[in-house]
Design a binder for this molecule. Structure first.
Ligand code: NAP
Length: 319
């Protein structure tokens, strides 16, 4: 039986990945920053709260990281913990950068010091690419991040490649583009649009207030993206992969599609400049050919299919 540690188990991707690993008969340890404020609602939603062993781990404390590794001797570590909001990273640039980089450094250095054969997955992000000159984005595209979050993910991406090349460790980056699910927290765009639309339909809210809708993103479906995350660590050789849908969609089209589904008047969409980011990527989409070819990862959803799934799941959760 393989053992895996998943950091950031309370988030969106952690529970879906844990479910997949449990199906594959792994022993799964999920880490939280503290038991006191640990939130298990996403694990409960998937019905796996009793199957995942929860451990407290301060990723900023290397002694603590080493202790956990020595205790469980994992075959694989999936590092998903991060301050993951681009918007919040403008309000908390130092906190975002410090945690998102030091946590990765501690994991890499612990694995190196222990002389371990542990495989490490690092949750990298399309936000590292930022403002690019050409698309689709591949691993060869020069990075030009335009948010503190993007900068933090770029720094940890290169720490991973540096440790792999310097010490021959099995450490990999999955460069994931935006992916959504029912488990997404409500401060993220798609989840907010769906939840607020339901509230408008039920006359509990009078309008949808959003930021800039004239930007395009490459959105995918989280439960399918975690399959790629697992496959990255099952490769014969450590490598980095872009995981994306390969298509971009205008945020305005997302909102209008959801409004049409609920038969809501489009005049209730309000773009508020207060919600605009200081700097915004206009369009981004990636190339998933390498993941499909080398990982045999299949993905062919349009984002409208994903929206249908998310709307149905949100409605069912209210019954
Ligand atoms: P998420 O829902 O925001 O979850 C992030 C997790 O990190 C949560 O469990 C959170 O714990 C934990 N965390 C945040 N700050 C922490 C801190 N200072 N100390 C310890 N734990 C901390 O993110 P996700 O959507 O699952 O994404 C997983 C990873 O993939 C993240 O690293 C994210 O940056 C990256 N990524 C996500 C996307 C996407 O579209 N979802 C795309 C590219 C990359 P609490 O519950 O205690 O806050």
């Amino acid at each position: 039986m393989k053992t895996a540690i998943i950091t950031g188990i309370s988030g969106q991707d952690g529970p879906y990945l844990a479910k997949l690993l449990l199906e594959k008969k792994y022993k799964v340890i999920g880490t939280v920053r503290s038991y006191r404020c640990a939130n298990s609602k996403n694990l409960e939603y998937l019905g796996i709260q009793n199957e995942v062993l929860i451990e407290e781990l301060d990723l900023l404390d290397m002694a603590n990281v080493i202790k956990i590794i020595q205790k469980y001797k994992p075959d694989e570590i999936y590092n998903l913990a991060a301050q993951s909001s681009v918007g919040l990273s403008f309000d908390q640039p130092l906190g975002t950068f410090s945690f998102n980089t030091a946590s990765v450094n501690n994991l890499l250095e612990s694995i190196r010091l222990l002389g371990s054969t542990i495989k490490l997955y690092q949750a990298s992000s399309s936000e590292m690419y930022g403002r690019v000159k050409s698309m689709p984005i591949t691993l060869e595209t020069p990075m030009h991040p335009i948010s503190p979050y993007g900068v933090s993910k770029m720094a940890s991406y290169f720490m991973v490649t540096t440790y792999r090349e310097s010490y021959n460790l099995f450490v990999c980056n999955g460069v994931l583009f935006n992916h959504e699910s029912f488990l997404r927290s409500s401060n993220f765009f798609v989840k907010k649009v769906i939840k607020d639309s339901i509230a408008i339909k039920n006359k509990k809210l009078d309008k949808l207030v959003v930021g800039n809708l004239n930007v395009k993103r490459d959105f995918g479906y989280a439960p399918r993206y975690v399959e790629a995350i697992w496959k990255i660590l099952q490769s014969d050789n450590p490598d980095d992969f872009i995981i994306c849908s390969g298509k971009s969609i205008l945020l305005r089209d997302v909102v209008e599609y959801v409004f049409e589904k609920f038969d809501i008047d489009k005049n209730l969409i309000v773009e508020n400049k207060d919600f605009f980011r200081p700097n915004e990527i206009e369009e981004i989409y990636g190339d998933n050919t390498k993941a499909k070819e080398y990982l045999n990862w299949q993905y062919d959803y349009s984002f409208f299919d994903v929206l249908d799934i998310l709307i149905d799941e949100e409605m069912e959760s209210l019954c």
